[in-house]
Design a protein around this ligand. Structure first.
Ligand code: AVJ
Length: 321
């Protein structure tokens, strides 16, 4: 099946490359090298992430869908009829379908994503599965302030933020995001959020360093992308994928580690790597139920319910006022 078109580069849309190059130079010239995780998700990165979600070790996606299927009616019982569902980051339609099926006469579906192609795809899938629903896609960066279309003005709003994407934020950023979402959705809004739970290290490390090496390819795609789109000359064999549990900060960290000393050309500059030096590429924060209550409270929300799977791997929370 054809995926969404490339947002930039050869195709249409704003050129993201100057921003990506500026981010890369800033991150790689810092004393501890980093690259923002948002650049992991180009078309190839998104395809690799899709592959990750089907790996035996990567429990989050299938566990979350199981929780949603098992408890959608219970969750929906808390939500007023005719709600407009606003999805932060457009999914592939599967998760939101489960929610929409359980809600009483939802009035609208508003997928929000920075890539116009992705929102359009989410919108057309849901338009097919729910032909009576008004579908109003918005191309916007959901980590920043954005407005809802006038058509959803009157309806009660339900935010939907599945996938543990919240885990990409630090707890402070997560509080700011949740508070902003409350403002965007308005009075009496509710919010359904998926978050990965703290668990033994071995399970986490396996999920982020799978035996088939798909997560390694996903991580290394960031360097491939800098080569392809920013004219860098990273030697992909010169770096290896590292997935580490940080118990103090309760997060999985992905890094790329230089296997040997090397020097890389990027944007007219040279970036030097010592052997063993790492680039920090992604965080995936894990929460306890207690942490989730605290997080929601700090952002001005109240937890109405938290649903988990029998093994307590993953959580789906309903936040309200
Ligand atoms: C898409 C951010 C939820 O943190 O589990 C999966 C990304 N990175 N394997 C996650 C990811 C490596 C994923 N999120």
């Amino acid at each position: 099946k054809p995926g969404p078109a490339e947002t930039n580069g050869s195709g249409s849309g704003d050129d993201h490359r100057p921003e990506m190059l500026a981010d890369a130079l800033a991150g790689l010239k810092a004393p501890r090298k980093t690259l923002p995780c948002k650049w992991l998700y180009d078309v190839e990165g998104a395809a690799l992430f899709g592959e990750i979600t089907r790996l035996p070790e990567y429990y989050p996606t299938r566990t979350e869908i199981g929780i949603l299927r098992g408890h959608a009616a219970e969750i929906a019982a808390h939500v007023p009829a005719h709600a407009a569902v606003v999805e932060f980051g457009s999914g592939d339609g599967e998760k939101v379908d489960v929610l929409l099926d359980a809600l009483e006469a939802p009035s609208a579906y508003v997928p929000v994503d920075i890539a116009p192609e992705w929102v359009a795809e989410a919108a057309s899938k849901v338009a097919v599965s729910h032909p009576d629903l008004e579908v109003l896609p918005i191309a916007a960066d959901f980590t920043r302030e954005f407005g809802l279309p006038d058509q959803v003005e009157a309806a009660p709003r339900l935010g939907f933020f599945p996938g543990s994407t919240i885990g990409n934020f630090t707890p402070e950023e997560a509080v700011r995001f949740l508070a902003r979402a409350r403002g965007t959705l308005g009075e009496d809004a509710m919010f359904v959020m998926g978050a990965d739970l703290v668990k033994p290290r071995e399970t986490l490390v396996a999920a982020y360093d799978d035996a088939a090496g798909v997560t390694a390819r996903f991580n290394l795609n960031l360097l491939r992308r800098l080569n392809r789109e920013c004219g860098a000359d990273f030697d992909l064999d010169g770096f290896e994928h590292v997935a580490e549990w940080n118990p103090e900060l309760k997060r999985m960290e992905m890094h790329l580690r230089a296997r040997r000393p090397q020097s890389v050309a990027l944007g007219g500059e040279r970036i030097d790597f010592a052997e063993g030096e790492t680039i920090h590429t992604e965080n995936s924060h894990k929460y306890t139920e207690e942490d989730l209550h605290r997080l929601a409270g700090r952002a001005g929300w109240q937890v109405q319910g938290i649903w988990t799977d029998p093994a307590r791997l993953f959580s789906v929370s309903l936040l309200g006022q």
